[in-house]
Ligand binder design. Structure first.
Ligand SMILES: [Zn+2]
Length: 277
């Protein structure tokens, strides 16, 4: 049985250079994940990579099956997730190439199944109870430390906190929306960070977001606003060093067997009504 300990949700650029990658297709009660899982080893740790948008990048953010993705990762043994993603900077000083490890999340999505605990019967006939988990601190404190240390170890000084606001997309923000997000004190804007983080917590997984700023969001600049080409160009320019930092972060993560962070205790005392994989 294929197994992994750490999950990485990101593009194919993160695992295409690994040797001995095993492709595994995983079925879930919530349907198909974005793609197969690609299992390999980094720094002696077993890692499962999942291309968030599918390997051909065909899934827009609002059509990603986030529940199937997190469920699939947990079902191969993943207990800690690193989630790199491209974002827009909401402050002029967070220009393209900035690496920001958020400590807060704001959900402005509209149409995504965002919980495993909706009471809808699963194919096996079980149904979840009403479950309210805490998401006051949406990211794993230990995973954040590992990500920050890995970036500093490579001389890429990260922004060590900030709020990631997640919009529905797939369009980018209007200038008014962008100015509003910035005025609220939020730092970066993306389209995939929610419900990924919340679903990870619902499964008791550690989840750490690593955001790469690819552009200044509409309100933070005076030009034409964001273009998709601009995002892809900056991401391509930075994917090598992001992969290096990501791999270092994998090696820095706490032991999955002995972890005792708040994520581990997310479901303590709760009866979910469904069997987690
Ligand atoms: Zn944790």
């Amino acid at each position: 049985m294929a197994n992994a300990e750490i999950g990485v949700i990101g593009g194919s650029g993160f695992y295409s250079f690994l040797e001995d990658v095993t492709e595994v297709q995983v079925e879930t009660p919530y349907g198909q994940p974005s793609d197969s899982l690609f299992l390999g080893e980094i720094a002696g740790r077993r890692v499962a990579f999942l291309p968030r948008h599918g390997r051909g990048h065909h899934l827009p953010p609002h059509r990603i099956n986030y529940r199937a993705n997190l469920w699939a990762l947990r079902s191969v043994g993943v207990r800690q997730v690193l989630a790199p993603c491209a974002v827009g900077g909401l402050r002029p000083e967070y220009g393209p190439g900035t690496l920001l490890v958020p400590d807060q999340l704001v959900d402005r999505t509209k149409s995504r199944p965002a919980t495993f605990y909706d009471g809808v019967p699963l194919p096996d006939g079980s149904a979840s109870n009403v479950v309210h988990i805490s998401l006051a601190d949406p990211y794993c404190p230990e995973g954040r430390k590992a990500a920050l240390a890995a970036a500093r170890g490579r001389g890429w000084e990260p922004v060590e906190d900030g709020a990631l606001v997640v919009i529905e997309g797939p369009r980018f923000s209007t200038r008014a929306e962008s100015r509003w997000h910035a005025a609220m004190g939020w730092s970066v804007v993306g389209m995939t960070g929610h419900p990924e983080a919340a679903l990870a917590r619902e499964l008791g997984l550690c989840y750490t977001s690593m955001t790469l700023v690819t552009d200044l969001d509409a309100g933070a600049e005076t030009g034409e606003g964001v273009s998709h080409d601009e995002v892809l160009k900056v991401f391509a320019e930075n994917v090598d060093r992001l992969r290096t930092v990501l791999f270092d972060a994998v090696g820095e993560l706490q032991s999955s067997e002995t972890r005792d962070c708040l994520c581990t205790h997310a479901l303590d005392g709760l009866d979910t009504g469904i069997a987690l994989p």
